[in-house]
Structures are given as C-alpha cells and as structure tokens.
Ligand binder design. Structure first.
Ligand code: FEO
Ligand code: CA
Ligand code: CA
Length: 562
C-alpha cells in the first residue's frame, strides 16, 4: 500500500506543474470559473504569473510509526518553537497547555517573522499544572486559577534566524495571553439578553479548539468542549461555547475604536465550536462556515447582512454582529435559516415531538422546548436544539471546515461516530449552487473516507495549500493491540490532493509522538514553513534536558522545495 501510494504521488507531482490545468481536467462540472479562482487568490498567495508555486514538491510518504517522536519525510526537519510553560514575554507570561489552532500573522509582509496565535485548548491532566509553568508572579495559585490561565490562546512573536531555525522572540512587545481570566465583550443579538443572564461582558475563554483568520487580519478562535470547565469554575455556561475574536497586533486590546476588547460573537451561535472558515459571497458579504464537534451535530454557516469593505480594515468586525445563521439539511440540500419565528412555528404545532437528536443530549420535554425559545437570543444560545427542531441534519462530529481556493467547494471533516459504527469518519465536500457561498442550496459528495483502504482514520483539522492539496490531521486513540486500529499507527498528518489522478488519496506526511494528536496546521504565506501543534503527547516530548513531564507545543516544519 505504501509503495503504491508513493509511486502514484510522485507521478501526480511529476505531472502536476500546471495545477490549474489539472484542476480543470479533474473537476469536470466543478471546474473552477475564472471568477472563483481569482476570488480565492489572495487567500492562498496563488502565483498568477507562474500559475502555480508547486510548493510542496516531492516527498516520500512515511510509514506508520509508534515512537515518541515527531516523524517527517526525508529532507524535512522541524524546530520546536514554544511549549507548555515557556516564558513568552518580558512580563513573564507563559505558553499554555493543549496547543491546537495556529494562525500566522506576517509582520511587515514577511514570511520569516510574525505573530503566531496558538490555541491552548484544554488541561489534559491536572498533574501537569506544575508551579514552574506559571508566571513567577502567579506561582502558588489555586488549581482553578492554573486551569484558567493555561487555556485560551497565546500570542507569540516568531522568527527565522540567520541559520534558518525558527525561534520565539521573548522580548516581544506583542506577545501576551488571552485565557480564562481575560474579559470579553459579547456582541450581537444575545449580548445583554436574558438568555445570557443579561451579560455584556463575560470572564474568560477556554476549550479553544480550532478557528481561523478573518479577512481583516484578526483571529477567530472556537470554544469547543466548554461545559466541564464552566462547571469547575462555577461560571454561567451560556458565557462559553462562542467564537471569540482577537486582534494580535492590538497590544492593549483597546481597539482602533477604543472599543475592540476581545469579543465573543453571539451571531455565530453557541455550540461545541470546532473552527471557522471565512469567505466572500458573490455579492460581497461575509460567509463563515462552522462545525459543531459532537455526535449527531450540524454544519453551520453565517452570512453577514453587510458587505465586506477592505478599506474599513478591522472595523469589518462589525459584520460578525449582524447576519443570518443557517444549518445544513443534507436531505433537502438546503441551508435552513435559524430564526425564532421558524422555531416557534415548529414547537407550537400540536403534534410536535422532541426530535431524537435532541433527546441524545437532553431530557427536555415538549413544554421545556416551548419555554426555551422566546427570542432570537434563545436561538443563538441554544443553537443545536434550534437547528434540529428546524430539520437540520445531525451528522458525525463535524470538525474542521475549509473552503477550496480553487472552486469554493466546502470540505468538512466528519471525524467519526462510534455510536453507529462510523469508526473512521469521512471528509464531505459541499458544492454551493453556482459556487456562491451566499447560496441557500447545495449538494454534496463524500470526498474521502477513513479506513484501511485510505490509510487514515478520524480526520480533524484541515488546511489547503496553493496547489489544492488538503492537509489533514487525525484524531483517534492509537492502539497497537486493537485489530481495528493497529494499521493506523500514531495520529498523523496526511496530504490529500483534491483534484487530479490522486484526488481523495491520502499520503502520510507526519506521524506524531505517542499519545499525541497533531493539530493546527498553518502555512506561512510563502509556504516554506508549516506550523503544527503537538497536543497531549506522552512521555517527556519534546525531550528537552531536565524535563520530567510532556509539554504540548508548536513546531515549525521546514524542507518544502520550490
Ligand atoms: Fe478539539 Fe474537535 O477537537
Ligand atoms: Ca480539533
Ligand atoms: Ca480533536
């Protein structure tokens, strides 16, 4: 299997110099229009002169591995940039736990120096909350304070030194933390509503899984499995489960309008948010696609009412405060708008019954649901319940969603659902009507399925390169002694071409240290560096001298040929 894949991949790359031509040939009815290709250029740095940058060149796919090291193909190396407990700035703040999403923000247009936002998703083990991983001024803090400090996000300044090694600049004036102790402003219809206890500001963010970048150079970070920490902190759980926005360059977090405190956008709904993928509709509005990582959950999209105006810069953030929220009905191929009027009409029917996909998570009765939904804020706070009531399709753990730079099709990682035997998951491709992200009609196909035949299982984060390859990391529990999982090795990263002769085939590029999950793949604009997080490793990864605990963190992968 490995040899066959290698031969095919080399063949693909050997003929792949004209990637756009291959795209047109391979996609058939989905051939990208000039308009679609152009609209996506800026997102991926596509080279209009050479037609392709062919950035990821020839690599020999690696075999499965069970070791406690990060394994890469021949010719590729990695630098460990920052790990849990590292000091990140002169104030002594430290890098959090559970590294996930990475977003690189170039400084002065450089691919060699910039700010890196890294999500710090969760505390994998309270025993790892050692005092020395806290800032000096906070050592001796309570367990709860440590939990809250080490989740959220970390902004660090990173650079490539004269020897080509990536390092963290701990003298940075930008480096700082947003975490469970940081105030956030609520925006949108649920702010100040009774559905959130009247709050306009809430304390903290945690469970930050994946996310994305806005068109105005800020980060969106997604609160995923927020419930447990909300309970441990004795906080109102309706203050969590949102998409937050932070401007890494706004050091004081005061904002251009003195009002850009870090935000939680209630218009994007409250659920177990995995990530966001932002694009433009044909008429210039913002579309944000989102996954809800739980079994039997829906795929969402938000469309702003206003249009994106590049000259407004970060003021475009207001677009995320006012728009329509939809969930996908895969039976009808319709995006269903989630409105209080529609929910009320549904629950008020005399024959209304509590749908199965709601009963899986709640004991709510028909009367409970009728009481739950009074205003649009209630729809935004109880998004999953509203979506299911309105006929949106429960799917198998929709995690990362990405928009193809070639044709505006939407790739969704459906990680798995062990409750009904979808052990290895699949990647679904949505095709919007007229390739318009603003459409309310779509069709879809299964782009790739996990399993022995493909070599991957449980696809999670996705990231496109400018050649249309989908970089896919996996999230399962590796087990050498399991008949079902022994063929898959440690969690890995795969490259899956989305067009051409090898479309849908997975080629293993990286294998994580034992116990870990690789998360947050993100390329620099020149695509010479791939940032990648190593989450919940075991042993003492990354094996620095003197370490007695594992330290999740972020690495920079180098070796991409042009
Ligand atoms: Fe935090 Fe859905 O992975
Ligand atoms: Ca994830
Ligand atoms: Ca995951």
């Amino acid at each position: 299997m490995e040899n066959m894949n290698r031969r095919k991949f080399l063949g693909y790359l050997g003929t792949g110099a004209a990637a756009l031509a291959a795209a047109s040939a391979g996609l058939g009815t989905l051939a990208p229009t000039a308009e679609a290709a152009n609209s996506a250029d800026h997102l991926f740095g596509f080279d209009k002169v050479k037609k392709t940058k062919k950035p990821h060149g020839f690599f020999k796919p690696i075999d499965i591995d069970w070791s406690n090291d990060l394994k890469l193909p021949e010719g590729f190396t990695h630098d460990v940039i920052a790990v849990y407990g590292d000091v990140i700035n002169p104030a002594g703040d430290t890098f959090g736990m559970g590294a996930d999403l990475n977003v690189f923000f170039p400084m002065n247009g450089s691919s060699d120096r910039g700010l890196l936002w890294t999500n710090c998703e969760y505390i994998s083990d309270d025993k790892l909350l050692i005092d020395s991983a806290m800032p000096a001024s906070m050592q001796g803090s309570s367990l709860l304070t440590k939990q809250l400090y080490h989740q959220g996000g970390a902004i660090i300044e990173v650079y490539k030194d004269a020897n080509g090694s990536w390092k963290m600049d701990t003298t940075s004036t930008y480096a700082r933390r947003h975490n469970g102790l940081t105030p956030f402003k609520l925006t949108g219809p649920a702010a100040a509503s009774s559905a959130v206890g009247g709050a306009t500001t809430v304390e903290g963010t945690w469970a930050n899984c994946s996310g994305g970048m806005t068109l105005w150079n800020t980060v969106l970070s997604c609160e995923e499995n927020f419930e447990k920490q909300a309970g441990l902190a004795n906080r109102n759980s309706t203050h969590y489960g949102w998409v937050i926005e932070v401007d890494p360059f706004d050091v004081t977090d005061a904002g251009v309008d003195k009002n850009f405190t870090p935000r939680k956008h209630t218009s994007l709904g409250r659920f177990n948010h995995e990530n966001t993928a932002m694009g433009l509709t044909k008429d210039g509005r913002i579309a944000v696609y989102m996954g809800d990582d739980k079994r039997g959950a829906c795929v969402y999209k938000f469309i702003s009412n206003g249009k994106y105006e590049p000259s407004k810069g970060k003021a475009n953030s207001a677009l995320l405060e006012d728009g329509k929220l939809y969930a996908a009905n895969l039976g009808s191929g319709k995006w269903v708008e989630l409105t209080i009027a529609a929910v009320r009409a549904a629950v008020d029917k005399s024959d209304f019954k509590v749908p199965t996909a709601i009963r899986a998570y709640s004991d709510a009765t028909v009367d409970d649901l009728r009481a739950m939904f009074q205003t649009q804020a209630d729809v935004l706070v109880n998004t999953h319940v509203a979506a299911i009531i309105l006929g949106a399709s429960p799917t198998d753990r929709p995690e990362d969603v990405e928009i193809s730079p070639f044709d505006n099709s939407i790739f969704v990682a459906h990680t798995n659902n062990s409750h009904h035997g979808n052990i290895h998951g699949h990647i679904t491709r949505f095709i919007e009507k007229d390739n318009d992200l603003g459409s309310v009609d779509f069709t879809y196909e299964i782009f790739a399925a996990g399993g022995r035949q493909s070599g991957f299982s449980a696809p999670d984060n996705l990231s496109f390169d400018s050649n249309g390859n989908l970089w896919t990391v996996t999230d399962y529990s590796p087990n050498q002694n399991s008949n079902i999982m022994k063929d898959f090795g440690n969690n890995s990263m795969f490259v899956i071409p989305t067009f051409g002769p090898n479309a849908g085939e997975a080629f293993r590029f990286a294998s994580g240290p034992s116990g870990s999950e690789l998360t947050g793949p993100w390329f620099t604009p020149d695509e010479k560096t791939l940032f990648l997080s190593v989450q919940h490793p075991s042993g003492t990864w990354p094996h620095r001298s003197g370490d007695s605990i594992p330290r999740p963190g972020v690495v920079a992968i180098k070796g991409f040929k042009f």
